[in-house]
Every structure is written in C-alpha cells, then in structure tokens.
Ligand binder design. Structure first.
Ligand code: AMP
Length: 568
C-alpha cells in the first residue's frame, strides 16, 4: 500500500438499522454459542426468518447454500427446547436430500446447541443402522435425516414421530429432483397435523408450491432477493469469481493477489475466526495483512487503522460489521472470501471500490456448492460476474517475469547506470553480452523475492445448477451426447444393469448415489437410461466409491449389476 492511501473511520459502530442476534430474542445459551463461533450479526435470511419461526408460524423460504439458512431454522428449533425433562422421542425433524448435507446440518445444530445439551442424530443411508438404533433408543431431540433412511426407520418402528413439533424440509427442490416426493409425503403424514412446517428451497418450481399448499398453513414467505438495491445503484467495477475448494482457498487468494497487485485491498470474511486465520495465513505467505473484526477493542482497531495509514499493511481482512463505516480511499480491490449471504451485501461491499471514476475490482471466491448464490447475485444485480480460472504456477511465473522486465525497463530509462559499466566490460572479456544480461536479469528476478508457490491448485467445477440438468427427462436419454463419445472431462461412466424396463428413472439413480455415497445429487453428471441398462457419469475420483455403494444397495427394490462402463 502506498503512502497516499487515505483511511477514515467515520463510524466504527454498526449502523442503526443493524439487527443483532440478541435483538432477535434468542436465548442466552444460543447467543453465547454464536459469539463463540465468531458470528457477528444475522444474515438477511436469519434476520427475517428467526422471529417468524419463533412465533410458531409456518415458513416458505427461498434461499440457497451460503445464505445462512441452516442457522435460520436451527436456532428457532433450539430456542424452543426445554432445559431439562426431555422425553425420548424427537420433537424436531429436519429432512435433507443428501448424506453430506445431513452431516453438515447435524454438526451445525450440535455446535449451536452445545450448551443446551441438544441431542442431535443424523440418520442417512450408508451408515450402519445399529448405531442409529442405539441412539434412537437412548432418546434424541432433533433428527436430521435423508428421506429414504427416515422411511426405513419409520417402517421398522424405530423412529417415532408423534412428538414432532417442527419439521424442516431443507433444499426441498433437490429432494424432489432426486425422486423423494413420495417419501416426503409418507414422512409428513406420520407427523402430528398441528406441527410447525418450514420449507427451504433454492428454486420455487410449481411442484414446491404444490407441497407448500398441501402441507404448510398460511406460511410466511421469505425471499432474500427481495431486499436488493435497485440495479442502477450497482457500481461499475470489474467483477470476477473463482471456483475453489475450501482447502485451496488461501493459496488461490495468494495467487490472485499476486497477479492483481492491488494498491489497497479489503478481504471480507464471514466470521471472526476466519478473519484471524486468514490474516495469519496471508502473513505467513509474505503479505502484509491486518485483521479487523468486532471482537477487537477500540484501541486495537485504531492501531490497525494507523498501520494502514502509514502504509505498513497492504491488505485489510475484515468482517462486514467491522468494516462498516470505514472509508478507505484508493481502495482498488474488494475480495469476498466467501460468496456474501445476500445480493445486497455483495452490492454494499463492492460499492467500496470504483468510486470517483477510478477503476475497481471485485473478486469473489466461490466454493463449488455456493455457485448457485453467485447466479442469484448476477440475476439480481443484472451484471455479469466472469468466472475465471485460478492462476496456475505458470501464469504466476509469467507475471513475475513481467514485473522484473518492467523494473528493468524503468531502470534503463534512468541515467545513473554508468558506474556499472566496468562490471559489464570485465565480464564481456569472457562471456557473450547476452549471457551477461541473462545473468543480471536472473539476479534481479530472484532478488525481487519471487516466491516459490509451485503446487498446482486443482480446478474445481461449479456444482451444476438445476437448469444445467434438463437432459434428465424422466426415462429419457441425454440429448446432445451419445455413448460413443465417452464421458465428459474428469468424469467416469458407471454402468448399472437395469433401465427403463425395470422402471428406473434418472432421479432413482441420483437418489441412490446421493443417499449411499459421499456425493451430492449435484455432483452427478449426465444420465442415460436405456431399456435394459443405465449409464451415469460421476466424478472420476469418486467412481469406485459410487460403484461400491451401488453394488451394496437396492435400486427400485432390486440389487443390480454395477461396474465401470468399459467404453469410458
Ligand atoms: P448455510 O447457507 O446455512 O450453508 O451457511 C453458510 C455458512 O455461513 C456456514 O459456514 C455458516 O457457518 C456461516 N454462517 C451462517 N450464519 C452466519 C452468520 N450470521 N455470520 C457468519 N457466518 C454465518
């Protein structure tokens, strides 16, 4: 950061309209858990849904992964839990499409409800049923389940739903997509009619509205897109996104910063923990980063700001709350370390650059599953966010050489080179002048501290959104690609020895894979259903696991032959 960077703190405290978790009326145990996790304020979906859910209303929410929807239903579930004297049967049931989400949601409930001693049980296919039976027998408060396995337990009489007070259908569109409609009906019918029902879905196709009409009573409808600033107010900045797996995000950010060379950048994180961790990682990689979050005292914050002013820091890593009211002139880059929880928050963040006609750059790191939220932001802001590839080590080397070249060019234009002439002249007695130049460039390049971040960052594909999967017509075959062309890049094709004549539909295969393996429905690629067999594309790295899982399960009540397709 240069000396001309001007920083002012107009208002360090949150603005008046900010709602805190305490304002939402959450009990102390939950507030402490949230503080412990470094959550500073509710996301828009939480701000709207939590008070409604706490009054006992049914709710229909349109929200994708990344909006904070899990806490939006988990906190009200925990809020109503009696401190003691709980019975054996669960009072809350959360239905989710995949095993992955089942584990994630259970962990979230467990984290938020730790102090309350919430007994949370995930039940999903693929896990030995014995443990689930023992836990159910011992007594649980919240069951988080995939529909197939929940129905199994209902049939065995091991899951009793008579005490259920609240049912949540999470990622309902995904559950329907995977052929769970009948299972959902069966489960809902087994719960008391006066229960509270909550449905979250990223999209609202008519089938979801159908379920809502049938099973929800006068639901309040919540849609985070509604809150967004008018498109006209979205600043014109260069907007780029990179799809990166969580484990590679810090390395990817380092590379992107190297290529972009911001004059001053602010990196937004979701929680205090994330701010602290990322600051440490970036400093470890040689950047001069400063953390700023709501957990810091005024004195600490002042110190950070003066380091920025003095130009001894290049990057500010901050939460939204901490950065509120902070005006950093000359800011060239805004980085969203995660996709923001609502389009309005995205707009607000990127509004910090590109002021006064200066060029601004907004960079967003997207984990594969949060890709849908990025699409929502694009739709709402009516601006395109270009998805680019994380710079490779070759790109970085090229960029570093370019910087060295530029530095040499600048030096050549200065005219104080004369007293180095003697060095060149002596060396040219023995070497070609070109070689001398090459050696000098090498020295200059190495002295510039060109790092050695040579490990490749694997390319992550965005999880496909529903619109990408139109080829999965019921019982139909994939359009546009025939079998002889082989699977798409990075995908392996799995042969399943049953097809149309066995009544197999694409959703049966997606459902079986999502339920029995670690993949989610979105990871599954093209599906082709022939009369007597089917072909399913899955990521190459997961092919063996999927084959193994499918060999040990029944599809449409039958064990089928499953193997790698030889043609792939
Ligand atoms: P979800 O949309 O429920 O999958 O949540 C996305 C991520 O945001 C998860 O990693 C949560 O831990 C995190 N998160 C949820 N609510 C908040 C909040 N109010 N502040 C900070 N992080 C949050």
């Amino acid at each position: 950061m240069r000396d001309d960077v001007h920083v002012t703190t107009t208002d360090a405290a949150p603005t008046d309209d900010a709602t805190t978790f305490a304002d939402l009326g959450l009990r102390e145990e939950l507030l402490r858990a949230l503080t412990g996790l470094g959550y500073e304020e509710p996301t828009p979906i939480q701000r709207e849904a939590i008070p409604e859910l706490m009054t006992g209303r049914d709710l229909l929410g349109q929200a994708a992964t990344g909006t904070g929807k899990t806490a939006a239903f988990a906190l009200p579930i925990l809020q109503r839990m009696p401190a003691q004297g709980r019975g054996g049967d669960p009072t809350a049931l959360v239905l989710v499409p995949t095993r992955e989400l089942c584990i994630q949601v259970s962990e979230a409930l467990h984290r938020y409800g730790r102090e309350l001693g919430a007994r949370v049980l995930p039940i999903y296919g693929g896990q030995p049923i014995g443990r689930q039976l023992r836990e159910l027998e011992r007594g649980v408060d919240v069951v988080v389940a995939t529909p197939g396995r929940a129905l199994d337990h209902l049939a065995r009489g091991t899951l009793r739903l008579d005490q259920i007070e609240i049912v949540v259908l999470d990622e309902a569109d995904e559950m329907l997509d995977m052929g769970f409609a009948e299972d959902l009906e069966g489960i809902l019918t087994a719960t008391p009619p006066l229960r509270q029902t909550v449905l979250f879905s990223a999209t609202m196709p008519s089938r979801i509205n159908g379920i809502a009409r049938k099973h929800l009573r006068e639901p309040v409808r919540i849609q985070i897109e509604r809150e967004v600033t008018a498109a006209g107010e979205v600043p014109r900045v260069r907007q780029t996104a990179y799809v990166v797996a969580r484990s590679h995000k810090a390395a990817a950010l380092g590379r992107i910063l190297d290529i972009e060379s911001p004059t001053a950048a602010i990196v937004f994180c979701r929680t205090r923990e994330e701010v602290d961790q990322l600051t440490e990682t970036l400093n470890g990689r040689g950047y001069r980063a400063e953390a700023l979050h709501g957990g810091m005292g005024q004195e600490q914050r002042d110190r950070v700001m003066s380091r920025l002013r003095a130009g001894t820091a290049d990057l500010l890593v901050a939460t939204d709350v901490a950065a509120r009211g902070l005006d950093v002139e000359q800011l060239t880059h805004v980085v969203n370390y995660d996709v923001p929880s609502a389009p309005e928050s995205y707009v607000h963040r990127i509004g910090r650059v590109g002021r006064g006609g200066r060029e601004g750059v907004a960079i967003t790191l997207v984990e594969p599953r949060a890709h849908r939220m990025l699409k929502t932001i694009e739709r709402v802001t009516k601006q395109r966010i270009a998805v680019e590839k994380v710079p490779t080590s070759a790109d970085l080397r090229a960029r570093r050489l370019e910087l060295t070249r530029a530095a040499l060019h600048e030096t050549l234009l200065e005219d104080d080179l004369e007293h180095f002439r003697v060095v060149v002249e002596t060396l040219t007695d023995d070497f070609d002048i070109m070689q001398v130049a090459l050696a000098a460039v090498k020295l200059a390049h190495e002295a510039s501290g060109a790092g050695s971040d040579e490990d490749e960052i694997p390319e992550a594909a965005p999880a496909p959104v529903r619109e990408d999967r139109e080829h999965r017509t019921p019982g139909g075959s994939r359009s546009g690609r025939d079998r002889s062309r082989g699977p798409s890049g990075g995908m392996a094709r799995v042969y399943v020895g049953g097809g149309r004549s066995a009544g197999i539909r694409p959703q049966d295969l997606v459902g079986a894979i999502a339920n029995e393996s670690t993949l989610s429905g979105r990871d599954v690629g093209a599906i082709e259903i022939a009369d007597r067999f089917s072909l399913v594309e899955v990521p190459e790295g997961a092919a063996d696991e999927v084959i193994n899982a499918l060999q040990n399960t029944r599809i449409k009540g039958r064990k089928l032959q499953v193997r790698r397709d030889e043609k792939s």
